[in-house]
Ligand binder design. Structure first.
Ligand code: 13P
Ligand code: SF4
Length: 345
């Protein structure tokens, strides 16, 4: 092993030695060296979402964080190339905010069930049906859907964005569960016309109008999972992402964005934690908090986030793939919605 790979290997061994076997650490240290060289040659910055697997997460990203964090970093980087270790909607958001840069997504098909759940045509139809009502769109959507929206939000600022509109009624798309959790948090009455057209008759006491999109990962966690883990480990602290159902969120001890959950574990003194979200993040929290015990519920994984590997990230830099393009007319409109959100914080 060359000295640079040896150094990376030793750093990883210290952080991840209890989670990842040596054989993988050694192999990935060599790839990390190649990535670091290519990164310099190509004047690139690497963004790593909190869901990246532990070795990738702890070696190559220049910035790590949740969707909002990484959008902010993408907006201000002066590097020529942004390599996004996350999913397509995140890479697209980087392109929307910083169009003069080349943005690469290492796995072409890394999508998101929420982003797939709604089209720009769906949003236009809703706006026609409910004229004059502002549209808030979760960042887990594609650029053409963002372009039809007044403002975007992430899981860390959804309630603040809704409140910022000072509107009696708001259309909130496309995550059924995030919308329901925001409704609970802000005390608003929500309806889902796409699920229940009958309820759609009277808008008088309705404050949120939702859609039927769901995260294919978070929708699978159940109250029964939490009950069963608590029975076995009575001192466990349960954390959920707000893409989980309202029942699951209510049965947990804390709910927040990926960054908020990481911070909550760091600042809590409980001996054991169960984080109901993409499993790799549990590994990353375990690595950063060696004296806290992380319980695992890894039967549900995000197939999209899991497509991003060190090998594909190296090849993205080597072969300049997969380049994210957003038509300028759509980008300009989507920019307004994302930029308004970033200004709120
Ligand atoms: P965060 O914005 O909390 O990082 O979440 C993104 C995501 O895709 C959650 O499934
Ligand atoms: Fe999309 Fe869910 Fe995967 Fe997040 S975890 S990227 S919301 S499918």
């Amino acid at each position: 092993m060359n000295p640079e790979a040896q150094k990376i290997y030793e750093e990883m061994k210290e952080k991840l030695g209890k989670i990842v076997p040596d054989v993988e650490l050694a192999l990935k240290a060599e790839i990390a060296v190649e990535i670091n060289q290519l990164k310099q040659e190509r004047n690139a910055v690497i963004m790593g979402h909190n869901y990246m697997e532990p070795v990738l997460f702890n070696t190559i990203p220049d910035y790590k964080g949740d969707s909002l964090d990484l959008s902010r970093k993408a907006a201000t980087t002066d590097k020529e190339l942004i390599v996004f270790c996350g999913v397509r909607f995140m890479a697209e958001t980087a392109k929307i905010l910083n169009p003069s840069k080349t943005v690469l997504l290492p796995a072409e098909k890394a999508g998101c069930s929420l982003a797939e759940s709604i089209t720009a045509e769906d949003v236009r139809a809703l706006k026609k049906k409910y004229p004059g009502i502002p549209v808030v769109t979760y960042v887990n959507t594609y650029a053409d859907v963002k372009a039809e929206s007044d403002i975007c939000c992430t899981s860390s600022n959804a309630a603040a964005v809704v409140d910022s509109l000072n509107s009696d009624t708001v259309i909130f798309l496309p995550d059924q569960y995030l919308a329901s959790n925001v409704a609970n948090e802000t005390g608003k009455h929500i309806i889902f016309p796409s699920l229940n057209p009958v309820e759609d008759q009277n808008l008088l006491d309705v404050q949120l109008i939702g859609w039927h999109g769901r995260c294919e990962v978070h929708e699978k966690f159940t109250v029964e999972d939490i009950r069963s883990v608590r029975e076995q480990f009575p001192d466990v602290l349960v954390l959920t992402h707000p893409e989980c159902s309202p029942e699951v969120v209510q049965a947990s001890d804390f709910s927040g964005s990926t960054n908020a959950m990481i911070k909550h574990v760091q600042e809590s003194s409980a001996p054991k934690y169960l984080v109901l979200t993409e499993c790799a993040m549990g590994d990353n929290i375990a690595a950063a908090n060696p004296h806290k015990e992380m319980l695992r519920l890894c039967m549900v994984r995000c197939p999209h986030m899991n497509m991003i590997t060190m090998e594909d990230t190296r090849d993205a830099l080597r072969y300049n793939r997969y380049v994210i393009e957003v038509p300028e007319e759509i980008r300009l409109k989507a920019f307004q919605a994302v930029d308004r959100m970033i200004k709120i914080g």
